[in-house]
Design a protein around this ligand. Structure first.
Ligand code: A3P
Length: 345
């Protein structure tokens, strides 16, 4: 009798277990199919409990589903009309600084359901040939989005190019401008490392950083060297301030975005008047990469390309000291203008 009962119990447990595993597999399969335009969207939880209050659910599906198809050029005119999709001029631009972490910032902001990124650097305002093609050409370079979403693009060359502030002002005088900065000497070395890698790829030789950054005649910092000039943030910002008030800029701490991205992203959400939707769930530290990577949902995550986070060559400490001393007064001015202080040496 007891044996019979045990066998029955085992049978019941087996059926229940199979049902549980089956349901789990079904759920995983449905979430996995999000990218293939399935109407299910269980991922809204990743944006917190209020996600659906302000951001339509379809926007979340769209982020990893339809949007992907539209980007690949697979959308029909009918689909675009049906979903009321538009190519909008950017409401915010990451104008620089090169090697500040511009790609990481753009990709991380793109985690937000109300943000749609332009994948490529468009170089509309800094490239005369592109600029001559007109604003419609620029708009057509933008990704499709729902009208309630905002488009963001990044072209780091904008920050240092003379003509850009006026050109952007002419397009939209109330646009929001994001600048991501890093400790100026580290940024200059990162800039150098990128150029060096390009030369090495072409089997070309290149100067050592020390030789470029220090003028051999005067033994002073070589202000003609582009990587040095780009790191004089205040000089460039002052040009922008002739067109835009400081309130239209938000400064992102690129060094903190590397080590602790979430609080930096939350400041940007606030600046862009977006509801807080990016959470710790969306960012996970990948020990192999040595950086935070992005998690869109349980099946889709990605790290930035290997070209982000290069190993820098070792630089003579006396050169580093000289550069830091050189940048110091410019940094002070930058803190004063922006109201954001960094612990740069
Ligand atoms: P390094 O290559 O010097 O480490 P940009 O996108 O403007 O070119 O900036 C590149 C820098 O972004 C990299 O510089 C890297 O340090 C930084 N970065 C910030 N967050 C990152 C992330 N999550 N993954 C990879 N790189 C990141």
């Amino acid at each position: 009798m007891l044996f019979k009962q045990q066998a029955l119990l085992r049978q019941k447990l087996f059926v229940l277990g199979s049902l549980a595993i089956g349901s789990l597999l079904y759920l995983v399969a449905r979430v996995g199919s999000l990218d293939r335009l399935q109407p299910l969207c269980p991922i809204d939880g990743r944006f917190g409990p209020h996600a659906q209050d302000e951001i339509p659910l379809r926007a979340l599906q769209f982020k990893r589903g339809l949007l992907h198809e539209f980007r690949k050029g697979n959308a029909t005119k009918e689909q675009i009309r049906l979903h009321n999709l538009v190519q909008q001029l950017p409401k915010a631009i990451i104008i620089g600084v090169r090697k500040g972490g511009t790609r990481a910032l753009l990709e991380m902001l793109n985690l937000h359901p109300a943000v749609v990124k332009a994948s490529q650097e468009i170089h509309f305002f800094d490239n005369d040939e592109n600029y001559a093609k007109g604003i419609e050409w620029y708009r057509k370079k933008m990704p499709f989005s729902y009208p309630h979403q905002i488009t963001i693009e990044k072209s780091p060359a904008y920050f240092i190019t003379e003509e850009v502030p006026e050109r952007i002002y002419k397009m939209n005088s109330s646009i929001k401008l994001l600048i991501i900065v890093r400790e100026p000497t580290t940024r200059a070395i990162s800039d150098y490392t990128q150029v060096l890698e390009g030369k090495e790829r072409k089997n070309k030789t290149y100067y050592k950083f020390e030789k470029l950054a220090i003028d051999p005649n005067t033994c002073e910092v070589n202000t003609k060297y582009k990587a040095v000039r780009t790191s004089i943030y205040t000089k460039h910002l002052e040009r922008w301030l002739k067109y835009f008030p400081i309130e239209q800029f938000h400064i992102v701490d690129g060094d903190r975005l590397i080590t602790e991205p979430l609080p930096e992203l939350q400041l940007v959400e606030k600046f862009l008047n977006l509801p807080p939707r990016i959470s710790q769930y969306n960012l996970y530290f990948n020990a192999t990469r040595g950086f935070y990577c992005l998690r869109f949902n349980i099946v889709f995550n990605k790290c930035l390309a290997g070209s982000k986070g290069r190993i820098h060559p070792e630089v003579d400490t006396s050169v580093i000291t000289k550069l830091r001393k050189f940048f110091h007064p410019f940094n002070q001015k930058f803190y004063q203008i922006t109201g954001r202080t960094f612990n740069w040496p």
